[in-house]
Design a protein around this ligand. Structure first.
Ligand SMILES: Cc1cc2ncn([C@H]3O[C@H](COP(=O)(O)O)[C@@H](O)[C@H]3O)c2cc1C
Ligand SMILES: O=C(O)c1cccnc1
Length: 342
């Protein structure tokens, strides 16, 4: 996928060029799917949002919708800001959970097995945390752009549906800072308990976000600059993966607060940039619903989950598979000899 990236100009110029070249939906494929939908043996509209999902898939896959190679991509990164005591867990857990993913012991492994989804885990220099955003930028431009390009590797193997998730202790602090940088507000507007902070921890987390905003506040007009300063590697990689999926006609399901914050960088560059994305669930992390509302996105599920790992996206992939099965497998009124409405 790195062939999408040239080597000329400033590193972010390549990303901006891709955003300008993003393909739109295939209206003919969407129309075809809608036409079939109307002939299936059910009252028109009775499958509700499942019908919309099938038509959305057709539009972005540019053909009759099909999901035969769904993949969950988890990006893992570590964050300098973890040393500020903003997570209930220590940063070693990031690498330990990557091992757990490989061993099949995490929640995401079970959901992938239940719904027959592929799982790919990408770890991003876990022994070299990014800069502490309350003291310095997380990344330099070259590192941030290179990490976005690395995220595009999620598309190798040609998945036909891509679920985006993450693992990275302290990354709900990063997501909160990123949201404040992109949409305004202060720490308290965007932080939540993450892995389970107490009230004192939550206040500390909000103060850390406010310090980061004070430090970087003069440089937040450009969304990619916000990502570089207030983001982290797994967030940069997720943004790159979402963008690469768009270029390759692969619909995306975004996971929770952290994954949505990463995708929001692209939305800020162009509000149409996430039209090929579904938002799998709304996380219990309070910033997530605010963020979805700010972008006008309606999540599929609300299960009170606050895990990350792509779990909410993977659950929604089960729904998407069912939507496609109905769309492609149901009989038409004519074929089944069922009488249509009067
Ligand atoms: C055992 C364990 C498994 C996880 N799987 C996802 N996360 C989630 O929690 C982290 C973010 O929360 P915070 O900002 O509070 O650190 C991320 O790693 C996220 O993926 C986990 C966290 C833990 C502890
Ligand atoms: O919604 C999320 O992405 C989330 C929430 C809590 C912890 N980790 C991730």
């Amino acid at each position: 996928m790195s062939d999408l990236m040239s080597t000329s100009g400033l590193p972010f110029d390549d990303i901006r060029a891709l955003v300008r070249q993003m393909p739109g939906p295939d209206h003919a494929a969407r129309h075809e799917a809608r036409h079939r939908q109307e002939r299936l043996t059910k009252p028109s509209g009775s499958l509700g949002r499942l019908e919309e999902i099938a038509e959305w898939l057709a539009a972005w896959q540019r053909r009759a919708p099909a999901v035969t190679r769904p993949v969950v991509a988890i990006f893992a990164g570590n964050h300098g800001v973890a040393k500020q005591g903003v997570s209930a867990f220590p940063p070693e857990v990031t690498a330990q959970m990557v091992s757990n993913f490989a061993a099949g012991g995490a929640a995401i492994n079970q959901i992938c097995a239940a719904y027959d989804l592929g799982l790919k885990v990408f770890d991003l220099a876990l022994d070299m945390p990014t800069g502490d955003i309350s003291e310095e930028p997380a990344m330099d431009e070259k590192g941030c752009a290179a990490t976005m390009a690395f995220g595009m590797e999620a598309l190798t193997g040609e998945p036909d549906l891509l679920c985006i998730g993450e693992m990275g202790i302290a990354n709900t602090t990063i997501a909160a800072a990123l949201c404040a940088g992109l949409f305004g507000g202060t720490g308290t507007d965007w932080v939540g308990k993450g892995t389970g902070l107490d009230a004192a921890g939550l206040a500390r987390k909000a103060a850390v976000v406010d310090r980061a905003l004070a430090l970087h506040g003069a440089h937040l007009a450009d969304p990619l600059e916000v990502l570089r300063r207030l983001g982290g590697r797994e967030l940069a990689a997720m943004a790159g993966a979402v963008l690469a999926a768009r270029m390759q006609n692969v619909p995306v399901i975004v996971d929770g607060f952290v994954a949505t914050a990463a995708a929001a960088v692209l939305w800020r560059l162009d509000p149409a940039a996430l039209d090929h994305c579904l938002f799998g669930h709304v996380s219990a992390e309070p910033g997530h619903m605010k963020l979805l509302q700010a972008m006008g996105k309606v999540p599929l599920l609300a299960l009170g989950m606050r895990l990350g790992e792509g779990t909410g996206a993977a659950l929604a992939a089960g729904l998407v598979k069912a939507a496609v099965a109905c769309h492609s497998g149901m009989a038409t009124f004519d074929a089944a000899g069922v009488s249509d409405r009067n």
